[in-house]
Design a binder for this molecule. Sequence first.
Ligand code: DMJ
Length: 457
Amino acid sequence: MMKFAWDNYKRYAWGKNELRPLTRNGHIGNMFGGLRGASIIDSLDTLYIMGLMDEYNDAKEWVKANLDLNSNGEASLFEVNIRYVGGLLSAYYLTGEEVFKSKVLELGDKLLPAFNTPTGIPRGVINLGSGTSWSWGWASAGSSILAEFGTLHLEFVHLTELSRNPIYTEKVMNIRKLLSKIEKPHGLYPNFLSPVSGNWVQHHVSIGGLGDSFYEYLIKSFLMSDKTDSDAKKMYYDALEAIEANLVQKSPGGLTYMAEWRGGILDHKMGHLACFSGGMIGIGADDGAPEKRQHYLDLAAEITHTCHESYTRSATKLGPEAFRFDGGGEATATRLSDRYYILRPEVIESYMYMWRLTHDPKYREWGWEAVEALEQHCRVESGFSGIRDVYTTAVSHDNMQQSFFLSETLKYLYLLFSDDDLLPLEDWVFNTEAHPLPIIRNSCLQNEATQDKTVSE
Ligand code: DMJ
């Protein structure tokens, strides 16, 4: 599947950001500020771990000769960080090729001006040439988005590791500090925050879109620090407790789900994006309070089961963008506009983690169901495409092979069917685009902290 997706990208869209598999051309879009080759950067590590070395070498040569970071467009800080910074970092760590290191440090430097706001909370959009930044037009009152400014930590700590320049870690630690101190309604983190005042702008809370990877990066920051980052640990388990108390629900049919919260009112809807949380709660289970460990593992399994149900209840056996637990249905989309599937990874991601954690064969069976459904409904003549309605087998394709399909969906599937010693969870954490980053056993910052302490003593 990876070779097929890659070969078609190479043939019809080489150097563009994504492949349009029906029209057999490339898509550039406006998310990456004029940067190109998103599918190449997102695929480097997947190709490498799959042993597709000719393809990996083509990708590496493209980076050497063609990855131009001197673009002058408006980029999503979040998307550039998770795909380009994350992709280049993991390519460097897996292969040791200097080109990935020099490119990622050059790119990291270009992202720094985004933090020049009164609070240091970055805005969502940055011009990679001028460094000017601003908020998304659709974000209320010039606010920044929790899942965007809260999903920089892993990559920025590694930028400091590679450059030995503390500035990257300082920027994300500042975000961390603000979030730790600010008052939280019922212990929850709303999705919109003003980068000027540092106050919440709206009380909408979600484990899906707009919130999701902020929570993921708390537990992964703790794990990536070799379990030394105790602030991240505390913030994660406190947040999880608030989520359990306020958002976790059981449907009449017995399905556990995460509702969304709007100023105290529950919206009984779960997005496909929120399905990553099965895996997240699973990998965090072992470091929770001893009396909670089994409970967290059970919760992770229940959420993953619910997300699987959202797949099995559709005609294509692929899940919708959002499913609801009201209006008579359970784990099904009720609105036409929620019925699409764009090759997203989150459900398969949770299968992979739950397989690694439990070795219950059902996770591989569920993963295989997804493979068959992808092959049947999303494979077209020249690549893979998203579909507009998972509830009909007379599928209508959206003509887009998303770069996260190569980076995440196919990588997680491959890992699900591989031995545990391929990228073992004891040594690696995956960023939110599935780019593996090594656990930092003895960081330069820890060394510096120890030295400082010795000096002051
Ligand atoms: C990816 O870019 C990342 O997983 C992100 O965290 C959420 N959206 C897509 C995949 O659905």
